[in-house]
Design a binder for this molecule. Structure first.
Ligand SMILES: Nc1ncnc2c1ncn2[C@@H]1O[C@H](COP(=O)(O)OP(=O)(O)OP(=O)(O)O)[C@@H](O)[C@H]1O
Length: 548
């Protein structure tokens, strides 16, 4: 079928009760069309919208059945027409369209390209106290309060989910342009939700439940942590019992705590337990190693920075450690190694929690609980003016002292057993047993590197053991602590400088470099192997870097 004239694109057919043609025009004149519609006439009850196929062209047909005749209006559509698909496949298409425009739940307004109302749904008419059809033909701006349909026909852009006040109530509406052949021919406005207040209520309720779930999650993880916080500190010596008792008492209080102890005594473990047992355990503890902070970045690391604060800064700026520790615990490790100028800045935030990011003036506030730790003799540092007395008072309302391992040798068996159990649970060793003589042997040593060094030696011995039991012979005396292990076999050129100090430094530097290489840059391991504290290692690395 060609589609060149109206006669081939549309038509009318009127049939009487017996099927005789009363009137025909256009497509209605075709015998095949008449035959198809005659067949469908019996299914016609009042009105029906359906599709038929004429020579491969899909056509809409609107049919009426009166008391003594049936009328069909025929219109050819396009193959890809979705509406035609719908009409062709849903035999109650008319009822659906009727429902859409007259449903008591659908507030709908249709305007033409001049923004004049062409249709307004009955429910909407009722809402605006309009008589049926009263608004049709009027500019939409004269009928509907706060409408934007006149803008939509201009812009051709849809607005979905917008708030509109009408007659003193709030509605959520959508406004969509109607296109025909890519031209805006009108627009439809529809009420999406009648009571956005209810939506708001619902979203508040969802948020409240979300918070509640998060709170329960925190409590569960808190309970789990509670059972591990103290349990991770192994030992039954009087000193450890007392430490645990003090820790449990102090943890729930919000006071700053200073943890003092030699390197490797478990200061970080204590800080973790303080956090786990505090009301702040729901958020992760934030750690800062003061010895590892490069001087140039220390301030921005601690206080954060505003956008564009310096070259290389992140575009959006960044939170510092203090800000991240809001409502949590800030663990300031190696606090004795903090440079003096940073100590002054620290004082201010410790006084009232107020600070500014680098490059900004806006005052910010962080509610953190401070736990600091050091292996330094702060008393002596205060005397030699390397540590501020006022800062000391701020960080140490409560001080917990961890005794060195050599003062609680009775803890060694429990620590060794606990460590072997954790190694085997992580599948890092199958060694489960310890020969009786081992504990006596280990208790005869001095342990300047404390628990960390003990664990390191046990791990090494486990490697040399028969696979199930550790014996005294499995410990390599040369590598044991306090017995100054012979330096690793490194070839060190005799220092050119004759001064003793320079020679020692040069040897140290070579050892550190070698060890760094061996452990792929892992400073913790390097400190452990060389039997020096991490803070000393960082100090030496800084002076090595400066010398380069
Ligand atoms: N009482 C203990 N029971 C079990 N393990 C312990 C104990 N004390 C320390 N450890 C372990 O020893 C290692 C060192 O502990 P930690 O890092 O807490 O020491 P530190 O005092 O913070 O050291 P540093 O001053 O060098 O930072 C860790 O592996 C830790 O789990």
């Amino acid at each position: 079928m060609t589609q060149t004239s109206d006669a081939t694109r549309s038509g009318v057919l009127v049939l009487d009760e017996s099927g005789n043609v009363k009137f025909q025009s256009g497509l209605g004149e075709r015998a095949d069309v008449r035959g198809t519609l005659l067949g469908l006439r019996s299914q016609l009850k009042e009105r029906r919208l359906f599709g038929i196929d004429v020579d491969g062209t899909h056509c809409f047909v609107l049919g009426w059945r009166g008391p003594d005749a049936a009328l069909f209006l025929i219109h050819a559509g396009k193959r890809e027409d979705t509406l035609l698909d719908f009409v062709g496949s849903v035999d109650f298409a008319y009822a659906i369209l009727n429902h859409l425009v007259s449903s008591p739940y659908e507030g709908m307004t249709v305007v033409d390209d001049k923004a004049k109302i062409r249709f307004i749904s009955p429910v909407h008419e009722g809402f605006f106290h309009l008589g049926t059809g009263e608004a049709v033909g009027k500019p939409v701006t004269e009928v509907i309060e706060n409408t934007r349909l006149h803008e939509i026909v201009q812009s051709g852009k849809a607005e979905i989910g917008k708030i509109q006040q009408m007659r003193g109530v709030t509605r959520v509406v959508s406004r969509v342009p109607i296109l025909e052949n890519r031209k805006v021919v009108g627009a439809i406005g529809q009420v999406m939700f009648k009571a956005p207040e209810q939506l708001q209520q619902l979203s508040l309720e969802v948020n409240r439940l979300r918070d509640e779930v998060a709170q329960y999650k925190r409590e569960i993880s808190g309970l789990l942590n509670r059972s591990t916080g103290l349990d991770q500190i192994i030992g039954t010596s009087d000193a450890i019992r007392q430490l645990k008792a003090d820790l449990a008492k102090v943890a729930p209080l919000d006071v700053p705590v200073l943890v003092i102890g030699e390197s490797g005594t478990g200061k970080e473990l204590v800080a973790n337990a303080l956090h786990s047992l505090s009301a702040r355990h729901g958020r992760p503890m934030v750690m800062v190693n003061s010895a590892a902070l490069p001087a140039s970045l220390a301030e921005s690391e601690l206080f954060g920075y505003e956008p564009g604060a310096f070259t290389g800064a992140e575009r959006k700026g960044r939170k510092g450690k203090f800000e991240s520790a809001h409502k949590s615990t800030l663990f300031l490790d190696e606090v004795g190694d903090m440079p003096l100028d940073l100590q002054v800045k620290l004082l201010r935030i410790l006084q009232d929690g107020v600070f500014e990011r680098v490059g900004g003036e806006q005052q910010r506030f962080s509610d953190f609980r401070l736990v600091s730790a050091t292996n330094r003799d702060l008393g002596q540092m205060i005397q030699s003016e390397k540590f501020r007395l006022d800062l000391y008072y701020r960080i140490s309302p409560v001080t917990l002292k961890i005794p060195p391992l050599r003062e609680r040798l009775e803890d060694i068996p429990a620590i060794v057993q606990g460590f072997l159990a954790s190694l085997s649970s992580r599948n890092r060793s199958s060694v489960r047993f310890v020969d009786d003589k081992v504990y006596g042997y280990l208790q005869s040593l001095k342990w300047p590197g404390n628990v960390r060094q003990l664990l390191h030696e046990v791990e090494r011995a486990a490697i040399f053991s028969d696979g199930t039991t550790i014996r005294v012979e499995d410990f390599r005396p040369s590598a044991l602590p306090g017995m100054s292990p012979p330096p690793p076999p490194v070839t060190i050129a005799p220092p050119a400088a004759t001064e003793m100090r320079a020679a020692v430094e040069s040897v140290e530097e070579s050892l550190i470099r070698e060890a760094l290489q061996r452990h792929g840059g892992n400073k913790k391991r390097v400190a452990e192997e060389l039997g020096i504290s991490r803070s000393y290692l960082y100090k030496r690395l800084r002076s090595i870097e400066e010398a380069v």
